[in-house]
Design a protein around this ligand. Structure first.
Ligand SMILES: Cc1cc2nc3c(=O)[nH]c(=O)nc-3n(C[C@H](O)[C@H](O)[C@H](O)COP(=O)(O)OP(=O)(O)OC[C@H]3O[C@@H](n4cnc5c(N)ncnc54)[C@H](O)[C@@H]3O)c2cc1C
Length: 381
Protein backbone atom coordinates (compact mmCIF):
# COMPACT_ATOMS: atom_id res chain seq x y z
CA UNK A 1 0.00 0.00 0.00
CA UNK A 2 2.80 2.53 -0.78
CA UNK A 3 0.46 5.15 -2.26
CA UNK A 4 -1.63 5.46 0.87
CA UNK A 5 1.36 5.86 3.18
CA UNK A 6 1.01 9.10 5.11
CA UNK A 7 3.71 11.45 6.38
CA UNK A 8 3.82 12.85 9.90
CA UNK A 9 6.20 15.77 10.20
CA UNK A 10 7.34 16.93 13.62
CA UNK A 11 9.06 20.31 14.03
CA UNK A 12 11.42 20.48 17.00
CA UNK A 13 13.83 17.96 18.54
CA UNK A 14 13.40 18.80 22.24
CA UNK A 15 11.32 16.96 24.84
CA UNK A 16 8.00 17.36 23.00
CA UNK A 17 9.23 16.56 19.48
CA UNK A 18 11.19 13.49 20.59
CA UNK A 19 8.44 12.04 22.79
CA UNK A 20 5.84 12.76 20.10
CA UNK A 21 7.91 11.02 17.39
CA UNK A 22 8.78 7.96 19.45
CA UNK A 23 5.26 7.52 20.87
CA UNK A 24 3.71 7.88 17.42
CA UNK A 25 6.17 5.30 16.06
CA UNK A 26 5.34 3.00 18.96
CA UNK A 27 1.59 3.15 18.23
CA UNK A 28 1.61 3.19 14.41
CA UNK A 29 2.56 0.85 11.57
CA UNK A 30 5.76 1.62 9.64
CA UNK A 31 4.03 0.70 6.36
CA UNK A 32 1.17 3.13 6.93
CA UNK A 33 2.95 6.14 8.41
CA UNK A 34 6.39 7.63 7.89
CA UNK A 35 7.63 9.93 10.64
CA UNK A 36 10.11 12.76 10.09
CA UNK A 37 11.51 15.13 12.70
CA UNK A 38 13.22 18.41 11.80
CA UNK A 39 15.25 19.96 14.60
CA UNK A 40 18.38 21.99 15.12
CA UNK A 41 19.78 20.88 18.50
CA UNK A 42 22.85 18.61 18.33
CA UNK A 43 22.57 17.90 22.08
CA UNK A 44 19.49 17.16 24.18
CA UNK A 45 19.75 18.68 27.67
CA UNK A 46 17.45 17.53 30.49
CA UNK A 47 16.47 20.99 31.78
CA UNK A 48 15.00 19.95 35.17
CA UNK A 49 18.57 19.24 36.33
CA UNK A 50 19.12 23.02 36.20
CA UNK A 51 17.86 23.25 39.79
CA UNK A 52 20.71 20.95 40.96
CA UNK A 53 23.71 21.62 38.68
CA UNK A 54 24.58 25.14 40.00
CA UNK A 55 25.01 23.70 43.52
CA UNK A 56 26.98 20.60 42.52
CA UNK A 57 24.03 18.49 43.72
CA UNK A 58 24.19 16.69 40.36
CA UNK A 59 26.93 16.34 37.75
CA UNK A 60 25.80 17.67 34.38
CA UNK A 61 27.37 14.78 32.43
CA UNK A 62 24.21 12.77 33.25
CA UNK A 63 21.96 15.51 31.87
CA UNK A 64 22.96 15.63 28.20
CA UNK A 65 22.78 13.10 25.32
CA UNK A 66 23.40 13.41 21.55
CA UNK A 67 20.02 14.20 19.97
CA UNK A 68 20.31 11.92 16.96
CA UNK A 69 20.55 8.76 19.08
CA UNK A 70 17.31 9.46 20.93
CA UNK A 71 14.95 8.55 18.10
CA UNK A 72 13.56 5.05 17.76
CA UNK A 73 13.86 2.89 14.67
CA UNK A 74 11.49 4.14 11.99
CA UNK A 75 11.83 7.84 12.81
CA UNK A 76 13.80 9.90 10.28
CA UNK A 77 15.71 12.71 11.98
CA UNK A 78 16.65 15.71 9.81
CA UNK A 79 19.11 18.15 11.44
CA UNK A 80 17.93 21.47 10.01
CA UNK A 81 16.22 24.74 10.87
CA UNK A 82 12.63 25.44 9.84
CA UNK A 83 12.29 28.90 8.31
CA UNK A 84 8.58 28.97 7.45
CA UNK A 85 5.43 26.92 8.01
CA UNK A 86 2.65 26.94 5.40
CA UNK A 87 -0.35 25.20 6.92
CA UNK A 88 -2.59 25.97 3.94
CA UNK A 89 -0.34 24.14 1.47
CA UNK A 90 0.88 21.43 3.89
CA UNK A 91 4.59 22.21 3.69
CA UNK A 92 7.44 23.77 5.61
CA UNK A 93 10.67 25.38 4.39
CA UNK A 94 14.07 24.60 5.85
CA UNK A 95 17.55 26.06 5.41
CA UNK A 96 19.30 22.98 3.95
CA UNK A 97 16.65 20.42 3.04
CA UNK A 98 14.36 22.69 1.00
CA UNK A 99 10.59 22.18 1.26
CA UNK A 100 9.15 19.25 3.20
CA UNK A 101 5.51 18.23 2.76
CA UNK A 102 3.27 16.45 5.25
CA UNK A 103 -0.14 14.92 5.90
CA UNK A 104 0.06 15.58 9.64
CA UNK A 105 2.08 18.38 11.21
CA UNK A 106 3.14 18.57 14.87
CA UNK A 107 4.70 21.85 15.96
CA UNK A 108 7.00 21.29 18.95
CA UNK A 109 9.46 24.15 18.65
CA UNK A 110 9.29 25.18 22.32
CA UNK A 111 10.17 28.75 23.21
CA UNK A 112 13.22 31.03 23.49
CA UNK A 113 14.77 33.55 25.85
CA UNK A 114 13.91 37.15 24.95
CA UNK A 115 16.52 38.94 27.10
CA UNK A 116 16.36 42.01 24.82
CA UNK A 117 12.98 42.69 26.44
CA UNK A 118 14.75 43.55 29.71
CA UNK A 119 17.69 45.94 29.12
CA UNK A 120 20.59 45.24 31.47
CA UNK A 121 19.68 41.55 31.82
CA UNK A 122 22.82 40.15 30.14
CA UNK A 123 25.09 42.36 32.25
CA UNK A 124 23.49 41.95 35.66
CA UNK A 125 21.49 38.72 35.86
CA UNK A 126 22.32 35.02 36.16
CA UNK A 127 20.01 32.10 35.48
CA UNK A 128 19.76 28.31 35.61
CA UNK A 129 17.43 27.83 32.61
CA UNK A 130 20.04 26.44 30.17
CA UNK A 131 23.08 24.26 30.72
CA UNK A 132 25.43 27.18 29.96
CA UNK A 133 23.48 29.38 32.36
CA UNK A 134 23.55 26.75 35.12
CA UNK A 135 27.33 26.23 34.75
CA UNK A 136 28.03 30.00 34.77
CA UNK A 137 25.90 30.32 37.87
CA UNK A 138 27.82 27.47 39.51
CA UNK A 139 31.00 29.56 39.13
CA UNK A 140 29.30 32.69 40.53
CA UNK A 141 28.00 30.77 43.54
CA UNK A 142 31.46 29.34 44.21
CA UNK A 143 32.77 32.94 44.45
CA UNK A 144 29.86 34.16 46.61
CA UNK A 145 30.84 35.04 50.18
CA UNK A 146 27.52 36.34 51.53
CA UNK A 147 25.17 39.26 50.84
CA UNK A 148 21.75 39.66 49.30
CA UNK A 149 20.48 37.22 46.65
CA UNK A 150 17.29 37.97 44.74
CA UNK A 151 15.60 35.05 42.93
CA UNK A 152 12.57 35.16 40.63
CA UNK A 153 11.29 35.42 37.10
CA UNK A 154 11.40 38.35 34.71
CA UNK A 155 7.91 37.77 33.29
CA UNK A 156 5.07 35.30 32.65
CA UNK A 157 4.93 32.75 31.04
CA UNK A 158 8.07 30.72 31.72
CA UNK A 159 8.99 27.07 31.29
CA UNK A 160 8.20 25.01 34.39
CA UNK A 161 6.55 27.56 36.70
CA UNK A 162 7.66 25.71 39.90
CA UNK A 163 11.39 25.83 38.96
CA UNK A 164 12.07 29.25 40.62
CA UNK A 165 10.79 28.05 44.01
CA UNK A 166 12.60 24.71 43.63
CA UNK A 167 15.80 26.60 42.92
CA UNK A 168 15.27 28.91 45.91
CA UNK A 169 14.89 25.97 48.30
CA UNK A 170 18.01 24.32 46.88
CA UNK A 171 19.89 27.62 47.25
CA UNK A 172 18.89 27.84 50.91
CA UNK A 173 20.21 24.34 51.54
CA UNK A 174 23.42 25.03 49.60
CA UNK A 175 24.15 28.17 51.63
CA UNK A 176 23.64 26.21 54.84
CA UNK A 177 26.06 23.51 53.68
CA UNK A 178 28.63 26.19 52.76
CA UNK A 179 28.26 27.94 56.13
CA UNK A 180 26.96 31.09 54.41
CA UNK A 181 23.26 31.04 55.37
CA UNK A 182 23.74 33.42 58.32
CA UNK A 183 25.58 35.87 56.06
CA UNK A 184 22.99 35.80 53.27
CA UNK A 185 19.52 37.25 52.76
CA UNK A 186 17.42 35.35 50.21
CA UNK A 187 14.66 37.40 48.57
CA UNK A 188 12.05 35.68 46.38
CA UNK A 189 9.98 37.79 44.00
CA UNK A 190 6.73 36.69 42.35
CA UNK A 191 4.42 38.57 39.96
CA UNK A 192 1.11 37.55 41.61
CA UNK A 193 -0.34 38.15 45.06
CA UNK A 194 0.90 34.71 46.17
CA UNK A 195 4.15 32.74 45.68
CA UNK A 196 2.91 30.35 42.96
CA UNK A 197 0.09 30.31 40.42
CA UNK A 198 -1.95 27.50 41.99
CA UNK A 199 -3.44 28.69 45.30
CA UNK A 200 -3.28 25.37 47.17
CA UNK A 201 0.37 24.76 46.25
CA UNK A 202 1.16 28.40 46.94
CA UNK A 203 -0.02 28.13 50.56
CA UNK A 204 2.19 25.07 51.09
CA UNK A 205 5.25 26.70 49.49
CA UNK A 206 4.81 30.03 51.27
CA UNK A 207 4.76 28.28 54.66
CA UNK A 208 8.03 26.52 53.82
CA UNK A 209 9.59 29.79 52.65
CA UNK A 210 8.57 31.39 55.91
CA UNK A 211 10.09 28.53 57.95
CA UNK A 212 13.36 28.81 55.99
CA UNK A 213 13.60 32.59 56.45
CA UNK A 214 13.19 33.41 52.77
CA UNK A 215 11.90 36.97 52.30
CA UNK A 216 8.93 37.01 49.89
CA UNK A 217 7.95 39.95 47.66
CA UNK A 218 4.52 39.32 46.11
CA UNK A 219 3.09 41.39 43.24
CA UNK A 220 6.59 42.12 41.99
CA UNK A 221 6.31 42.43 38.20
CA UNK A 222 9.77 43.22 36.91
CA UNK A 223 9.88 46.56 35.13
CA UNK A 224 13.58 47.47 34.87
CA UNK A 225 17.03 46.47 35.93
CA UNK A 226 19.91 48.86 36.66
CA UNK A 227 23.20 46.93 36.33
CA UNK A 228 25.29 49.83 37.72
CA UNK A 229 23.42 50.33 41.00
CA UNK A 230 22.45 46.61 41.02
CA UNK A 231 18.78 47.38 41.60
CA UNK A 232 15.69 45.58 40.36
CA UNK A 233 12.48 47.65 40.06
CA UNK A 234 8.88 46.52 39.76
CA UNK A 235 5.93 47.97 37.85
CA UNK A 236 4.30 48.34 41.27
CA UNK A 237 7.03 50.80 42.33
CA UNK A 238 9.16 48.58 44.61
CA UNK A 239 12.96 48.58 44.33
CA UNK A 240 15.27 45.79 45.57
CA UNK A 241 19.06 46.19 45.61
CA UNK A 242 21.02 42.93 45.19
CA UNK A 243 24.50 41.44 45.30
CA UNK A 244 23.50 38.48 43.15
CA UNK A 245 20.44 38.43 40.90
CA UNK A 246 19.14 35.07 39.68
CA UNK A 247 16.31 35.88 37.32
CA UNK A 248 14.58 33.51 34.88
CA UNK A 249 14.86 35.33 31.53
CA UNK A 250 11.79 36.63 29.68
CA UNK A 251 10.41 33.91 27.35
CA UNK A 252 8.73 34.10 23.93
CA UNK A 253 7.71 31.55 21.30
CA UNK A 254 9.99 31.02 18.28
CA UNK A 255 10.26 33.75 15.66
CA UNK A 256 9.35 31.29 12.86
CA UNK A 257 5.92 30.87 14.47
CA UNK A 258 5.18 34.59 14.43
CA UNK A 259 6.71 35.09 10.97
CA UNK A 260 4.56 32.25 9.57
CA UNK A 261 1.43 34.00 10.86
CA UNK A 262 0.58 31.28 13.40
CA UNK A 263 0.76 33.53 16.47
CA UNK A 264 1.14 37.13 17.57
CA UNK A 265 4.48 38.71 18.51
CA UNK A 266 4.63 36.59 21.69
CA UNK A 267 4.98 33.52 19.49
CA UNK A 268 2.71 31.09 21.38
CA UNK A 269 0.12 29.21 19.32
CA UNK A 270 -3.56 29.06 20.31
CA UNK A 271 -4.84 25.49 20.26
CA UNK A 272 -8.05 23.71 21.12
CA UNK A 273 -7.27 22.69 24.69
CA UNK A 274 -8.95 19.28 24.45
CA UNK A 275 -7.75 18.28 20.99
CA UNK A 276 -4.52 20.29 20.52
CA UNK A 277 -5.45 21.27 16.95
CA UNK A 278 -4.35 24.61 15.58
CA UNK A 279 -7.55 26.53 14.75
CA UNK A 280 -9.80 24.40 12.52
CA UNK A 281 -6.94 22.53 10.84
CA UNK A 282 -7.61 18.86 11.44
CA UNK A 283 -4.03 17.88 10.53
CA UNK A 284 -2.02 20.53 12.44
CA UNK A 285 -1.24 20.06 16.14
CA UNK A 286 0.90 21.85 18.69
CA UNK A 287 2.70 20.05 21.53
CA UNK A 288 4.59 21.32 24.58
CA UNK A 289 5.91 24.78 25.30
CA UNK A 290 4.94 26.15 21.85
CA UNK A 291 1.25 26.21 22.84
CA UNK A 292 -0.60 29.02 24.53
CA UNK A 293 -2.21 26.64 27.04
CA UNK A 294 -2.08 28.02 30.59
CA UNK A 295 -1.37 24.58 32.06
CA UNK A 296 1.55 23.84 29.75
CA UNK A 297 5.31 24.60 29.68
CA UNK A 298 6.42 21.35 31.30
CA UNK A 299 7.95 18.21 29.87
CA UNK A 300 5.33 16.31 31.85
CA UNK A 301 2.58 18.13 29.93
CA UNK A 302 4.25 17.26 26.61
CA UNK A 303 4.37 13.63 27.73
CA UNK A 304 0.59 13.42 28.33
CA UNK A 305 -0.20 15.50 25.22
CA UNK A 306 1.93 13.18 23.05
CA UNK A 307 0.29 10.08 24.48
CA UNK A 308 -3.12 11.46 23.48
CA UNK A 309 -2.02 12.61 20.01
CA UNK A 310 -0.06 9.45 19.17
CA UNK A 311 -3.06 7.25 19.99
CA UNK A 312 -5.41 9.50 18.08
CA UNK A 313 -3.35 9.77 14.89
CA UNK A 314 -2.40 6.08 14.90
CA UNK A 315 -6.11 5.22 15.17
CA UNK A 316 -6.98 7.59 12.34
CA UNK A 317 -4.29 6.21 10.05
CA UNK A 318 -5.41 2.65 10.84
CA UNK A 319 -9.03 3.56 10.09
CA UNK A 320 -10.15 2.97 13.69
CA UNK A 321 -12.45 5.07 15.83
CA UNK A 322 -11.02 7.25 18.61
CA UNK A 323 -13.21 9.11 21.07
CA UNK A 324 -10.85 10.36 23.77
CA UNK A 325 -9.73 13.93 24.39
CA UNK A 326 -6.85 15.51 26.28
CA UNK A 327 -7.97 16.62 29.75
CA UNK A 328 -4.92 18.67 30.74
CA UNK A 329 -3.42 15.89 32.82
CA UNK A 330 0.03 16.58 34.32
CA UNK A 331 2.15 14.92 37.02
CA UNK A 332 5.23 16.68 38.25
CA UNK A 333 7.64 16.38 41.16
CA UNK A 334 9.08 19.57 42.62
CA UNK A 335 11.86 20.00 45.18
CA UNK A 336 11.07 21.67 48.49
CA UNK A 337 14.60 21.69 49.99
CA UNK A 338 16.52 19.52 52.46
CA UNK A 339 16.27 16.50 50.12
CA UNK A 340 12.47 16.68 50.16
CA UNK A 341 10.00 17.03 47.28
CA UNK A 342 6.28 16.96 46.51
CA UNK A 343 4.56 15.31 43.57
CA UNK A 344 1.63 17.22 42.07
CA UNK A 345 -1.10 15.56 39.99
CA UNK A 346 -3.59 17.81 38.24
CA UNK A 347 -5.69 18.42 35.13
CA UNK A 348 -7.92 21.15 33.70
CA UNK A 349 -10.71 20.25 36.11
CA UNK A 350 -8.74 18.99 39.08
CA UNK A 351 -6.38 21.35 40.93
CA UNK A 352 -3.28 19.82 42.54
CA UNK A 353 -3.17 18.95 46.23
CA UNK A 354 0.03 19.74 48.09
CA UNK A 355 -0.18 17.82 51.36
CA UNK A 356 3.20 16.37 52.21
CA UNK A 357 6.82 16.31 51.11
CA UNK A 358 8.99 13.20 51.16
CA UNK A 359 12.51 12.00 50.61
CA UNK A 360 11.35 9.34 48.14
CA UNK A 361 9.82 12.08 45.96
CA UNK A 362 13.19 13.86 46.08
CA UNK A 363 14.99 10.75 44.83
CA UNK A 364 12.34 10.32 42.15
CA UNK A 365 13.33 13.79 40.97
CA UNK A 366 17.07 13.25 41.40
CA UNK A 367 17.01 10.13 39.22
CA UNK A 368 14.55 11.49 36.69
CA UNK A 369 17.20 12.16 34.00
CA UNK A 370 17.75 8.38 33.82
CA UNK A 371 14.01 7.68 33.59
CA UNK A 372 13.67 10.47 31.04
CA UNK A 373 16.40 9.34 28.64
CA UNK A 374 15.78 5.60 28.94
CA UNK A 375 11.98 5.42 29.03
CA UNK A 376 10.05 8.68 28.81
CA UNK A 377 11.74 10.08 25.69
CA UNK A 378 11.64 6.63 24.09
CA UNK A 379 7.86 6.63 24.30
CA UNK A 380 7.64 3.49 26.42
CA UNK A 381 6.10 5.09 29.48
C1 LIG B 1 15.15 24.86 35.04
C2 LIG B 1 14.03 24.07 34.45
C3 LIG B 1 13.42 23.08 35.18
C4 LIG B 1 12.39 22.33 34.65
N1 LIG B 1 11.82 21.35 35.41
C5 LIG B 1 10.82 20.59 34.89
C6 LIG B 1 10.24 19.53 35.65
O1 LIG B 1 10.64 19.26 36.77
N2 LIG B 1 9.23 18.83 35.08
C7 LIG B 1 8.77 19.10 33.82
O2 LIG B 1 7.86 18.43 33.37
N3 LIG B 1 9.28 20.11 33.09
C8 LIG B 1 10.31 20.86 33.59
N4 LIG B 1 10.86 21.86 32.84
C9 LIG B 1 10.22 22.25 31.57
C10 LIG B 1 10.64 21.36 30.41
O3 LIG B 1 12.03 21.20 30.35
C11 LIG B 1 10.11 22.00 29.14
O4 LIG B 1 8.73 22.22 29.29
C12 LIG B 1 10.35 21.09 27.96
O5 LIG B 1 11.72 21.01 27.70
C13 LIG B 1 9.61 21.63 26.74
O6 LIG B 1 9.88 20.83 25.66
P1 LIG B 1 9.62 21.37 24.17
O7 LIG B 1 10.08 20.26 23.30
O8 LIG B 1 8.24 21.88 24.05
O9 LIG B 1 10.61 22.60 24.01
P2 LIG B 1 12.19 22.54 23.93
O10 LIG B 1 12.72 21.52 24.87
O11 LIG B 1 12.66 23.94 24.06
O12 LIG B 1 12.50 22.01 22.47
C14 LIG B 1 12.24 22.75 21.31
C15 LIG B 1 13.16 22.22 20.24
O13 LIG B 1 12.81 22.81 18.99
C16 LIG B 1 14.00 23.17 18.32
N5 LIG B 1 13.67 24.27 17.42
C17 LIG B 1 13.18 25.50 17.77
N6 LIG B 1 12.99 26.25 16.67
C18 LIG B 1 13.35 25.48 15.61
C19 LIG B 1 13.38 25.71 14.21
N7 LIG B 1 12.99 26.88 13.66
N8 LIG B 1 13.83 24.72 13.41
C20 LIG B 1 14.23 23.51 13.94
N9 LIG B 1 14.22 23.25 15.26
C21 LIG B 1 13.78 24.22 16.08
C22 LIG B 1 14.96 23.56 19.42
O14 LIG B 1 16.30 23.44 19.01
C23 LIG B 1 14.62 22.57 20.52
O15 LIG B 1 15.39 21.39 20.42
C24 LIG B 1 11.94 22.59 33.33
C25 LIG B 1 12.55 23.59 32.57
C26 LIG B 1 13.60 24.32 33.11
C27 LIG B 1 14.27 25.36 32.26
Amino acid sequence: MPNSRKTALILGDGASGTIMANKLRFHSDLRQLEIKVVGNSPAHYFKPDGVMIPFGFKDHSKSVKPTQFLFNHGVEYIRDTVTSIDVQNHKVKTINSGEIGYDYLFIATGDRFATDDLPGYDKAAQHFYSLDGALRLKEKLAEFKGGKIVVGQASIPIQCPPAPYEFTFQLEQYLKLKGLREKTEIHYIYPLNRVFTMPNVSTFIEKLMDEKGIVVHKMFNVDSLDPDSKTLSSLEGEQIPFDLLILVPPHKGQKVITESGLADENGYIDVDRNHLNYRDYDNVFVVGDATNLPISKAGATAHFESEYLANRIASEVNGNAFFESYNGEVACTTITGGQQAITLFFSYNKPPRANFQSKSDYFLKWTSSDTYFSAMLRGIM
